[in-house]
Design a protein around this ligand. Structure first.
Ligand SMILES: Nc1ncnc2c1ncn2[C@@H]1O[C@H](COP(=O)(O)OP(=O)(O)OP(=O)(O)O)[C@@H](O)[C@H]1O
Length: 350
């Protein structure tokens, strides 16, 4: 099922939650909507589901208008972070629910319902829990039941809103891998909302980075991490060091000092030089205007990082830089910072 979101705008009173959003989700893809709190991810998911309607724009499923169809007609399955299971029903009955409420020609005979539910329970690997009630399950097991319940109606679209948000880090990781595997086995198009970049980058075929109701970038996990289209994406995904600069006459300066860095086609005006900490080298403080004092050196497994308080940029800014293996660096040492790989973005006027 291909999903097209075309020019969708959604306002809540005067607040614009979605601003002319255009997105195509290809059939069979697993797409993650990633962004900070309030960026419009859930609103977009609810519009795709049929739980919310846009003020303007269209949603098409396989080219056909979906907005005139109800949730049930859209044949979507949902899993939410706190999508409560029915407490008075055991696991089997929770999963069977969507099949039991069907009427008319869609209604399956009891034997077929039992077969389908048993199949789903073994697919999500909880067949041994069929007789238990939700209160007797762990959080991870409950989310597996929620997923089996969502899949019971054989949805063509699976919508997941922070499905593992309430679980501890280890269970989250396990379920994430398992969900990826499950998605590959099923003929379903999945859309996952998350504010956890690791989750999005690990799970998704493509990541949609959202900010302030707009799509900032759509790309593979590697594209959005390695080639962020905007300063917002660079800041939001991975760690970022921001250094100030200014483009003048096609060259990058800090104050009156030329930086010798490529302005990357950015127009004249205030700029921000953004880099990953591991792409910033320590240098002789005389060779770069970005200089300051080492506050501490910390070790994270195989990498070492120095916290450097930059004094040259008009205020104490602490940034992290990679410390080469074997280099001895005492707190208090004066060092310079030199971005090796970096992106330049113009600094919008505030
Ligand atoms: N029913 C509503 N009435 C008024 N404002 C709303 C409503 N639903 C959402 N909003 C607002 O729209 C904005 C986008 O909300 P949305 O839930 O889509 O964000 P989100 O990116 O999913 O955030 P989170 O990660 O916190 O869930 C928020 O500022 C929110 O307060």
């Amino acid at each position: 099922m291909t999903i097209d979101v075309v020019g969708v705008t959604k306002r809540f009173k005067t607040f614009t939650a979605l601003d002319h959003v255009n997105l195509t989700i290809h059939s069979g893809e697993l797409v993650a909507l990633l962004g900070p709190s309030g960026s419009g991810k859930t609103t977009l998911l609810r519009i795709i589901a049929g739980l919310e309607w846009p003020d303007t724009g269209e949603v098409r499923f396989d080219g056909e208008d979906a907005l005139s169809r109800s949730v049930r007609e859209r044949n979507v399955g949902f899993v939410f972070q706190h999508y409560a299971l029915f407490r008075h029903m055991n696991v089997f009955e929770n999963v069977a629910f969507g099949l039991r409420v069907r009427r008319g020609a869609d209604k399956l005979p009891e034997a077929a319902i039992r077969e389908k539910v048993n199949e789903l329970l073994s697919l999500v690997q909880i067949d041994w829990l069929a007789e238990r009630y939700p209160a007797q399950l762990s959080g991870g097991q409950r989310q597996r039941v929620a997923l089996a319940r969502a899949l019971a109606i054989s949805p063509r679209v699976l919508l997941l809103d922070e499905p593992f948000g309430a679980l501890d880090a280890k269970v989250r990781k396990e379920l994430r891998r398992w969900l990826r595997h499950l998605h590959e086995e099923l003929p379903v198009t999945s859309v996952l909302v998350t504010h956890d970049q690791e989750e999005a980058l690990e799970l998704a075929d493509r990541v949609v980075v959202m900010g302030h109701g707009r799509i900032e970038q759509v790309g593979s996990p590697a594209e959005v991490y390695d080639h962020p289209a905007t300063a917002f994406v660079h800041d939001f995904i991975g760690e970022t060091i921001a250094l100030p600069g200014e483009v003048r006459g096609g060259a990058l300066y800090f104050g009156t000092q030329a930086l010798g860095l490529d302005p990357q086609g950015v127009a004249d005006g205030p700029a921000r030089i953004l880099a990953r900490p591991h792409d910033v080298d320590l240098a002789d403080p005389g060779t770069t205007p970005f200089a300051g004092k080492v506050l501490a050196v910390r070790t994270f497994g195989p990498t070492r990082r120095a916290d450097v308080e930059l004094t040259s940029t008009g205020g104490p800014v602490v940034v992290e830089a990679a410390v080469p293996h074997g280099q001895i660096l005492e707190p208090g040492t004066q060092v310079g910072l030199l971005p090796r790989r970096y992106r330049v973005f113009s600094q919008p006027a505030r």
